[in-house]
Ligand binder design. Sequence first.
Ligand code: KIV
Length: 253
Amino acid sequence: MKKLNVRDIRKAKKGNLQVLTCYDYQTASLMNESMLDMILVGDSVGNVILGYETTVEVTLEEMIIFGKAVRRGAPEKFLILDLPFGSYSTIVQGIHSATKLFKETKAEALKLEGAFPYQLKLIERLTQTGIPVMGHIGLTPQSVHQQGGYYVHGKTDASQDRLMKEAKALEAAGAFSIVLECVEENLATKISDELSIPTIGIGSGKKTDGQVLVVNDLLKMGPKTPPKFCPPIADFYQMKKELLDQYLRDQGK
Ligand code: KIV
């Protein structure tokens, strides 16, 4: 499969863009040989791999380590990396962090959460310097404390109005695509219809231009129950547990 670029992704509006997160070389190698369109090294690496309570704890240095591992395994996939919390609190800091992350990991794009005016300005500047940016609105886990937990967004008129404005502002700022996380389904459809760049949904219904899931949820790699919108297609945690127990029994334990 041909490696996509931002022009292909923009053209995939009304398409079926499939994105999964990835955090390690082995899984990346597997994905490299698959029909997956894009790989996201999300800051969900904090919860999923590092056992942090929230993504707020993830550092730029950690994103670089995981990003490089995934890049080595998947040289033929369009790779997106998250800018972590605290690495883009100002425009100047954001340009510095983004340049370092982009350069060191050889990603094709970066993603950042939110659409406040300084973030829009940052997206404008980054795209001008040659760094493609994916936006992310709705449930933005880096703001979990500010948002007051994890829940579906866009249920009230005010919230619907705000999210639609944010999506349009991100497109105007130059984002090549936008993640809609836990955005009420009808609103996610409406936003997708009104934008000319592809929307990538997670927990936002089936009518976005693509879907992103956390691969460790999809395959149930860990002990925690995956979110309702991601019914696992396997239970690797249980399988690994049984195999390990069997191995230890065979060793006389
Ligand atoms: O960090 C992440 O994995 C993400 C996806 C859930 C979109 O941002």
